[in-house]
Design a binder for this molecule. Structure first.
Ligand code: FAQ
Length: 339
């Protein structure tokens, strides 16, 4: 059974593509070289398959766990319009989880196995969803910053070399774009509202800014004193799973988002933030990787709560899975009898 983590067979990490030793591997290499898609029935290196299962399943888990911080506000949305928008958004996240579990299943792993890995703690989900949504402005900040970061990361995944993942990402990105806009619009309403509402928006930006930068994952190279470095990027980029590195995406996000904060009249909580006219990019202060490691290790503000709620939802949904299975069996029997 597939387990999470860097479980790539020895020797394969240093091989750029399929290795070219067999006709199938040579074909894999040719598909990569032509920048075409690998499909489920194509031969693929074991490391490629495992890397995809790891990334796609972590992504699926993130979408599903990501419903919790926002779901927390559905009953307290300040108007019917805001409630309808939020409900639609949270439902979209569930849909994203489903497309992604389905894409992962094409790699020969079952959804049950993947869910089990999440529930037993061997699979990760995005660090960002372990932070609390304390005020209504947090819903705006999630849409603007978290969905904004998610789109930045996911647009290049539409060109991922694995067909089912790339195709799932195209639809997901369209929906994420609506999510980002509704978040920004919510922040704009608050920023143009009463002084208390503007302060609430600023407070949400203060709390979500740094965790949003952490979402992109560790640095590409070992630049930090604590040695945080992306382990998978190099190989994943050779396999054209990742098309743009963690740091490049983070920088793009900062460059796009800082002017948006200025338009809102809000201050990005980073005293080191400054425009560099020579590079054409914003420079920003150091990321607290200790906080990131701590959250990923399960010790963030809401990890225990998120997993408790996810386990309860799984247990409470057991009858639905049982009923769906019984129905499928009944239909299959009927169809067999009719044939
Ligand atoms: N949190 O070597 P790398 C969303 C782990 S969806 C936790 O750079 P990789 C929509 C990483 O897994 C948000 N762990 O890894 C939404 C690895 O550990 P492992 C999710 C993280 O895979 C909005 C280790 O660190 N998006 O927001 C994180 O090449 C609102 C080393 O890292 C995706 O999953 C993190 N932030 O690059 C929903 C997008 N970052 O597995 C609801 C697809 C890194 O060896 C509401 N995923 N780690 O144990 C990706 O693009 C990549 O997997 C990265 C990480 C970029 C996240």
């Amino acid at each position: 059974m597939y387990t999470q983590g860097l479980d790539i067979p020895k020797g394969e990490t240093s091989i750029p593509l399929g290795s070219g030793e067999s006709p199938e591997a040579a074909r894999f290499d040719a598909i990569m070289a032509a920048d075409e898609k690998i499909e489920p029935k194509d031969w693929m290196p074991e490391g490629y398959r495992k890397t995809l299962i790891r990334q796609i399943s972590q992504h699926a888990h993130s979408e599903v766990i990501g419903m919790q911080p926002e779901g927390n506000w559905i009953t307290r949305a300040p108007s019917l319009r805001r409630k309808a928008i939020l409900m639609a958004k949270v439902q979209d996240e569930a849909g994203h989880g489903l497309y992604l579990y389905s894409a992962a299943e094409t790699l020969g792993v079952s959804r049950d196995e993947l869910v089990e890995q999440l529930l037993n703690g061997s699979a990760k989900y995005s660090s960002i969803f372990n932070y609390p949504t304390l005020t209504w402005a947090d819903i705006g900040a999630i849409g603007w910053l978290v969905d904004g970061a998610a789109i930045m990361n996911q647009i290049p995944l539409c060109r991922c070399s694995y067909g089912p993942y790339a195709r799932a990402m195209i639809r997901i990105c369209k929906e994420e774009s609506f999510h980002q806009r509704q978040g920004y619009e919510l922040m704009l309403s608050l920023a143009r509202g009463t002084p208390e509402q503007k302060a609430m928006a600023q407070d949400a930006l203060n709390r979500w800014w740094w965790p949003s930068l952490m979402m992109f994952g560790p640095h590409d190279t070992k630049t930090d004193a604590d040695g945080m470095k992306s382990q998978h990027s190099e190989q994943s980029m050779r396999w054209r799973i990742k098309r743009v590195s963690n740091d490049e995406l983070r920088q793009k996000f900062v460059d796009v988002t800082v002017p948006q904060a200025e338009y809102l009249g809000l201050t990005v909580p980073d005293p080191d933030l400054k425009w560099n006219a020579e590079t054409g990019h914003y420079e920003f202060g150091p990321i607290d990787w200790e906080e990131f490691k701590n959250v990923v290790a399960g010790n963030g503000p809401c990890n225990a709560k998120r997993m408790k709620q996810r386990r309860a939802a799984h247990e409470n949904g057991a009858w639905v899975r049982k009923a769906a299975l019984a129905y499928a069996e009944k239909r299959a029997k009927r169809q067999a009898a009719a044939a």
